[in-house]
Ligand binder design. Structure first.
Ligand SMILES: [Zn+2]
Length: 88
C-alpha cells in the first residue's frame, strides 16, 4: 500500500490510481483506471481546477477534517480551507 497516491480528482476513487509520468513543469501526473482520466496534484495551486472544489466539498460533507482532505487530495491545507464552505 502506497499512501502517497492521491484519490482521483474526478471520481473520488483511491484504489485505481496509478502514476502517469510527469507534466512539463515536473509535477507528478496520475491516471485513474476507474474513470480513465488523468490528473495532477499541483495545478490546483493556480486555482484552475474546478473538480477539486467539489471533491473538497464532498469530503468535507462526509465529515473529513481539512488536514485529512489536504492529505487525501495532496493539495495545500490553505487550498482546502479556501474551498471549504463554512458550516452554519
Ligand atoms: Zn477517477
Amino acid at each position: 500500500m502506497n499512501n502517497s497516491f492521491p484519490i482521483c480528482h474526478h471520481c473520488n476513487h483511491a484504489t485505481q490510481v496509478k502514476k502517469h509520468g510527469k507534466s512539463r513543469t515536473g509535477f507528478q501526473r496520475y491516471y485513474c483506471l476507474v474513470c480513465r482520466k488523468t490528473f495532477q496534484t499541483r495545478y490546483v495551486y493556480k486555482g484552475n481546477e474546478d473538480k477539486i472544489e467539489k471533491q473538497i466539498e464532498r469530503l468535507s460533507t462526509q465529515g473529513h477534517l481539512p488536514q485529512a482532505i489536504s492529505t487525501s487530495l495532496q493539495v495545500r491545507l490553505s487550498t482546502v480551507l479556501h474551498y471549504m464552505k463554512p458550516k452554519n
